[in-house]
Design a protein around this ligand. Structure first.
Ligand SMILES: O=C(O)CCC(=O)C(=O)O
Ligand SMILES: [Fe+2]
Length: 288
């Protein structure tokens, strides 16, 4: 017990060191700086469904995160094909030409939480209780828990030449992402604030976006080092196709308002290529 506690404490201290605590004092949420950062982020979420926190990570932290991401690329599982904005198999109820039946190409590679080593700075940042408490304060949805899925709780999303994510709504209320590396071109995070309402899908407006009428589309800079707190269930969004040889890396931090939510074997196999999670992150890859 004592040993585990000591090891954990040491790694938490170093993960806080990656964060610009002068600008974002997540270790002291009651101080004046944190109070104003939280108030501003809440405003942004209320106005556009997304709070962008640039330079959340210090330059040394970025060096460590990029090196880490590059070392994790070989653990990424590719998935791709065509999908709808609602991330569902369209039922026959939707005639062809209906936005709900509209399929768009996607391609992405995902590194699951179960294969991210304990020494990974991305993992250590995600596991900071201070970060969870900060996100909790911004979102004001009551206590937050790490998503309990052994593969899905934390992901590194890797996208290369030709990869993209189609226009979609997330199936969770919100997601927290950390921009680690930009592609040479493309890979823009584009979103349409306030398009969907709980009881109105506004299909005509969605169709207009699919038709390329982008007046309402907002592109977020997502400069490496930016933390983004994003309400993806009601904000249509996509990642535009990537060009060039530099990989786009984004860390995806999953939380839930309930402590024990997990995914299922089918979804897990689709995204990670395995039905069962590794019990411990493999030290070498490919794992034997
Ligand atoms: O990679 C990103 O920036 C966003 C990813 C995303 O929208 C998703 O995984 O649902
Ligand atoms: Fe999404």
């Amino acid at each position: 017990m004592a040993t585990v506690f000591e090891r954990t404490t040491l790694s938490k201290v170093s993960a806080l060191d990656y964060i610009d605590l002068d600008r974002y004092p997540i270790h002291d949420l009651t101080g004046p700086t944190a109070t104003s950062v939280i108030a501003r982020a809440r405003e942004q979420v209320a106005e556009v469904g997304a709070a962008e926190l640039p330079n959340f990570i210090l330059p040394d932290g970025m060096v460590a995160l990029v090196r880490d991401a590059e070392s994790l690329v070989e653990r990424a599982h590719p998935s791709g094909g065509v999908g709808t904005a609602w991330l569902e198999q369209p039922s026959s109820e939707w005639p062809s030409g209906h936005p709900r039946a509209h399929r768009m190409p996607y391609g992405v590679r995902a590194v699951g939480y179960d294969v991210i080593p304990y020494t990974s700075p991305l993992r250590q940042i995600y596991e900071l209780p201070e970060l969870t408490a900060f996100v909790e304060q911004v979102l004001q949805r009551g206590p937050l828990f790490h998503y309990a899925d052994p593969c899905g709780a934390l992901n590194l999303a890797v996208m290369g030449e030709g990869d993209q994510l189609q226009w979609h709504y997330d199936q969770t209320d919100f997601v927290v992402s950390l921009a680690i590396q930009d592609a040479d071109a493309g890979g823009d995070f584009e979103m349409v604030p306030k398009l969907r309402e709980p009881h109105d899908e506004h299909y005509d407006d969605v169709q207009a976006i699919f038709d390329g009428r982008h007046e309402r589309v907002v592109t977020l800079a997502m400069t490496p080092g930016t933390l983004l707190i994003f309400e993806g269930r009601y904000t249509l969004h996509r990642v535009s196709p990537i060009a060039g040889s530099t990989l786009r890396h984004v860390g995806l931090f999953a939380y839930d308002t309930k402590p024990d939510t997990v995914s299922n074997e089918h979804l897990r196999f689709d995204r990670y290529g395995r039905r069962t999670a590794f019990a411990e992150p493999p030290v070498i890859w490919p794992s034997s």
